[in-house]
Design a protein around this ligand. Structure first.
Ligand SMILES: C[S@@+](CC[C@H](N)C(=O)[O-])C[C@H]1O[C@@H](n2cnc3c(N)ncnc32)[C@H](O)[C@@H]1O
Ligand SMILES: Nc1nc2[nH]cc(C(=O)O)c2c(=O)[nH]1
Ligand code: SF4
Ligand SMILES: [Mg+2]
Length: 242
């Protein structure tokens, strides 16, 4: 079996973001990303600062660790990173999860494709707005979305865009007009990813959440959209592994 670079395995916790927010889930966070977003809250997966935490694991070993941590108390696993879609061999873990009737979520930015994406139950594609400093490869994104047109009808997909400013908001709208049939989620950007003052952070993020909601309320052009905070940040702040 092939080795997969794993940064952390944790849970059970709840999915704090996007279309399955609140879902009880385990997390597998892989190492490595093809992007380097200015505000990445998981930069330790790609900037070298978490290098000592990376473990090369087979899919069987990851499954064993999920069972050790979660016992019989889970039926959903979320694959995130970094960009898990860089890893072709993650398909081996996807197969094991399916054999065990575990539902699977994936968090990715829509810059890469793997065939195993067809096997994912809840696929969140999170293109990066201007504030990230990244450039969207619309050819790749459209290719991915085109491939997913032939997906199993049970598979849910969504676009989740993190918003830090007006320019990001405009980007999210333009993304929605480009792919109107894919459910759009706007997510509050956390611009204080290092603070340990949870009370202050929560106050700040709720204020930003309200401002984002107000933008949407006032916007006649953006009708079919869901606006969410990062629920896990409101509960646990910037803590890792939750
Ligand atoms: C750490 S990323 C890993 C998966 C994949 N690389 C991606 O970006 O979709 C998981 C999610 O966290 C979001 N995210 C990262 N940093 C954030 C921040 N500072 N505030 C809000 N959301 C953030 C990303 O946009 C993405 O939707
Ligand atoms: N609870 C919780 N929910 C999350 N949703 C997306 C996460 C991520 O970092 O990909 C994340 C995370 O790290 N924790
Ligand atoms: S794509 Fe995701 S993991 Fe990669 S740098 Fe951006 S937010 Fe972080
Ligand atoms: Mg996160």
């Amino acid at each position: 079996m092939s080795k997969i670079p794993v940064m952390e395995i944790f849970g059970p916790t709840i999915q704090g973001e996007g279309m399955v927010v609140g879902q009880k889930t385990m997390f597998v966070r892989t190492a490595g990303c093809d992007y380097s977003c200015s505000w990445c809250d998981s930069a330790f997966t790609w900037d070298g600062s978490g290098k000592h935490l990376i473990t090369q694991m087979t899919a069987d070993e990851i499954w064993a660790e999920l069972k050790r941590l979660g016992g019989n108390g889970f039926s959903f696993v979320t694959l995130s990173g970094g960009n898990p879609v860089l890893l072709r061999h993650l398909g081996e873990l996807v197969a094991i999860l399916k054999e065990n009737n575990v539902k699977i979520g994936v968090e990715t930015q829509g810059s890469k494709w793997q065939e195993w994406l067809y096997e994912i139950d809840e696929l969140t594609i999170s293109p990066k707005p201007p504030s990230s400093g990244m450039t969207t490869d619309y050819n790749m994104l459209s290719e991915i979305i085109e491939k997913l047109k032939t997906r199993n009808p049970n598979q849910q997909i969504s676009l989740k865009i993190v918003v830090f400013n007006q320019e990001d908001y405009d980007y999210a709208k333009q993304m929605h007009f480009r792919y109107p049939s894919i459910p759009l989620y706007l997510q509050v950007g956390n611009d204080d990813i290092h603070t340990t003052d949870d009370g202050k952070l929560v106050q700040h993020l709720l204020t930003k959440y309200e401002a984002l909601i107000n933008l949407v309320i006032a916007d006649e052009e953006l009708k079919d959209v869901k606006v969410l905070p990062q629920l896990h940040t409101l509960i646990w702040g910037n803590k890792r592994g939750v």
